[in-house]
Ligand binder design. Sequence first.
Ligand SMILES: C[S@@+](CC[C@H](N)C(=O)[O-])C[C@H]1O[C@@H](n2cnc3c(N)ncnc32)[C@H](O)[C@@H]1O
Length: 259
Amino acid sequence: MTPARTEGVGAVGEVFTVCPASSAPAVKRLMPGLRYDFTHMGSTFFRGEPPLNSPGSLNRQFLYRRLLDRFHLIYPAADADATHALEVALFDYLAGDYDHAVNISNNLHTVRVLLELVDMDGTVQPILDFGCGPAVSQAVAEDLGISLVGYDPSPRMRKAAEFRGMRVLTTDELVVCEEPFAGIIASYVLHLTIVPNELLAAVECLAPGARFAANFHKGINVLEVESLIASNGGCVQLSLTDHPHLRGHGEIRLWERTP
Ligand SMILES: C[S@@+](CC[C@H](N)C(=O)[O-])C[C@H]1O[C@@H](n2cnc3c(N)ncnc32)[C@H](O)[C@@H]1O
C-alpha cells in the first residue's frame, strides 16, 4: 500500500520527548539533558528520551507515558484536555509517516475484524471510522464493498485520509452531525484520551440496529467506555465469543443501537 504523504513531516526512527509548550520550561529544568527541537500544535518536541524508567508519575505535577515506543509523553497530572492535545499533536506530526510508524498489517487486520463485526448486510449508508488516522481502513473497506466516512481530530491525518479518497469529518462537524451511520469502528483509538462528548456524538448517530465495534490496545479504557456508553442509553453491549480472529487485537467490544 502506498503511504499517504503530507508536506513537511517525517520522523521514522527518531525518539522524542513531548510535552505541552507551556510546560516545556519546567520539563527542561527537570531534565536538562533534553534538547529542544520544535513546537507543533502547542506541543514541544525535545529530541531524545527522558532519563525515566517506567511509565507513571514523574512528580506531583507531571505524569509520564510512552506511545508507539519512541514518543515519550510528559503531561500535567489530571489534565485530560492537555493530554488529548498532546496525543493529537503527536499523531498530527506523524501523519506523513504513519504507515511506517505502526505495524500496518496488524492495523489492517484489526480494521477488517471490526468492519466484519459491524457490517451486517452491505448497507448503503456509510460506516464511521472514528479516529481514522490516514485511512488505512480505506483499502479494507473497498475490498469488502463498504463505504466509509472518517473522523479524526488531527488536521494532517484528515488530509492524509482524504488523499486516500475518504471523506473526513472535523471535530466541529462530528459534534453537530445528524448523518445516520450504518456502523462505527474505532481501531487503535480508544486507548488514547477519550473525549466523552465526541465519542457520544458519534454513537448517537448510529442508525437503529447499527453496531459499534472497537478494539482497546492493552485493554486500556475498556471500563471507562463501557460505562460511558451504558450511562447514555440507546445501545446494548453484545457478547463476543472467543473466536480466534478476535485475539491479538487487544480487547474488542461490540455495541448495538436499540431500535
Ligand atoms: C493509532 S492511530 C489509529 C488510526 C487508525 N484507526 C488505524 O487503525 O490505523 C490513532 C488516531 O486517533 C486519533 N485520535 C487521538 N485522540 C482521539 C480521540 N480522543 N478521538 C478520536 N480520535 C482520536 C489520532 O489523531 C490518530 O489519527
